[in-house]
Ligand binder design. Structure first.
Ligand code: ADP
Ligand code: MG
Length: 408
């Protein structure tokens, strides 16, 4: 027990459970914090504390009043809080990945886009917005459609697609409402396939591990919000030349932001056969991409490697080798796909061998709202495999359709 390494895990919701289980499999002692006293991760952690991971002062209070063990690393699985991870790890003297200043830059969409522009990394044209006139001017120069977004939010919150000048004022107010700092920006909307990427920086070297084609087939259902419905691996859109380009861009990012070891997730678009980075985040991706889809499709134990990096443990080259290239698809259930009201019953069908994971994000007595506006409004998820892409998609969708939400 004395020699067991100890990992502080920020966030213990249902999507974080695979990370907690992985750490335990690695014989690591886990201390999990989550603002929800009933967080699922509580069942899997060695120690659990009800502490809001979005509030640094609560974490600091926990460290000075409750933490009784030496911690060797701090991590979050798919929660968008790189700055809080960096600060917590700094306080504990165990920051092995992202420097605080770099985390700060990556959390701000305007600063990180400025950074990309200054470093010749292809990113959609953009501009800070002080008032609606700025948006009109931007459209005069770059034309419709555009995206309006808060600089300081995530999970699609506050992001609007604008393809008509009459919607500008609404878009401005909407995005502003989702910005704590009351700062928003406008961007040229670039069409083309969108891909989520996951890469490691290990000892300054770049390893692109996974590419997932984001599924926007239902995009019209959610407009003007931009919501993707899961995605498919392996990517059929990313070409070798794009991978090389991405590697070069991440090299620049890691060098300029002093990242020797760490995880980088990218949202990219292939527009006119050219790769653009919409945003990069210095953290593990959420939405089951790093925890479920990546290992199932590539055979690479992504979260194990991420845990090692956050604990300053050595990663073997063998661990980074792709051992398979399986078809894996992930699909979500949204408010639009189900009945409304107070949930009376949740029905989970029996899983067959193709179903890799299935979860409800809602519980009995929750109320189902009328519209999906961001990713936190997802109701359920299924990840499935199949012998080809179509079958994987079909397996995921069929199972998801049979996960019933009964309202009263
Ligand atoms: N300039 C853009 N061109 C095309 N799509 C965009 C653009 N900006 C945002 N999007 C779409 O909106 C999604 C969310 O935007 P993003 O900047 O990644 O914010 P979030 O932090 O919410 O993920 C992107 O993944 C992409 O699908
Ligand atoms: Mg994004």
């Amino acid at each position: 027990m004395q020699n067991r390494q100890c990992l502080l895990i920020l966030g213990g919701g249902i999507d974080q459970v695979p990370g907690i289980i992985k750490a335990r499999e690695m014989n690591i002692y886990t201390i999990v914090l989550d603002g929800n006293p009933e967080a699922k991760g509580k069942l899997y952690a060695d120690e659990f504390y009800t502490v809001s991971i979005k509030h640094m002062e609560q974490i600091e209070y926990f460290i000075s009043h409750k933490l009784s063990k030496r911690v060797d690393g701090v991590i979050a699985f798919g929660v968008d809080i790189p700055l809080i991870i960096a600060k917590t790890a700094d306080i504990l003297g165990v920051n092995h990945t992202i420097p605080y200043e770099s985390a700060m830059l990556s959390e701000n969409k305007y600063l990180s886009k400025k950074f990309m522009q200054q470093n010749n990394i292809a990113t959609p044209d953009f501009q800070a917005v002080d008032d609606v006139v700025d948006i009109y001017k931007f459209i005069e120069k770059f034309d419709l459609p555009v995206i309006i977004k808060p600089v300081d939010n995530s999970a699609a919150r506050g992001i609007l697609y604008i393809n008509n000048t009459k919607d500008i004022e609404y878009g401005y107010n909407y995005a502003m409402n989702f910005s704590k700092q009351k700062k928003i920006q406008v961007e040229k909307f670039l069409d083309g396939p969108q891909i989520s990427t996951e890469s490691f920086i290990i000892n300054g070297e770049i390893y692109n591990i996974a590419f997932l084609d984001r599924n926007y087939n239902d995009m019209n259902k959610f407009l003007p919000n931009i919501i993707e419905n899961g995605g498919d691996m392996p990517s059929v859109y990313i070409k070798d030349e794009h991978k090389l380009q991405l590697t070069n861009y991440i090299k620049i990012i890691s060098k300029e932001l002093n990242i020797k070891d760490g995880v980088l997730k990218g949202d990219i678009v292939i527009h006119n056969n050219k790769l653009y980075i919409i945003e990069f985040a210095l953290r593990l991706s959420g939405g089951n991409f790093s925890t479920v889809c990546t290992p199932a499709s590539t055979g690479i134990d992504f979260i194990k490697i991420a845990i090692k990096l956050h604990m300053d443990m050595k990663v073997d080259n063998k661990e980074l080798k792709q051992t398979k290239n399986d078809c894996v698809s992930m699909r979500y259930k949204f408010v639009e796909d189900t009945e409304k009201g107070i949930i009376k019953k949740l029905i989970m069908p029996r899983k067959n061998k193709d179903i890799l994971m299935a979860n409800f994000y809602v519980k009995i007595s929750d109320r189902i709202e009328s519209k999906t506006t961001d990713h936190s409004k997802r109701l359920a998820v299924t990840v499935a495999k199949g012998e080809n892409r179509e079958k994987a998609i079909m397996n995921a969708q069929f199972f998801l359709d049979n996960m019933k939400i009964v309202c009263g």
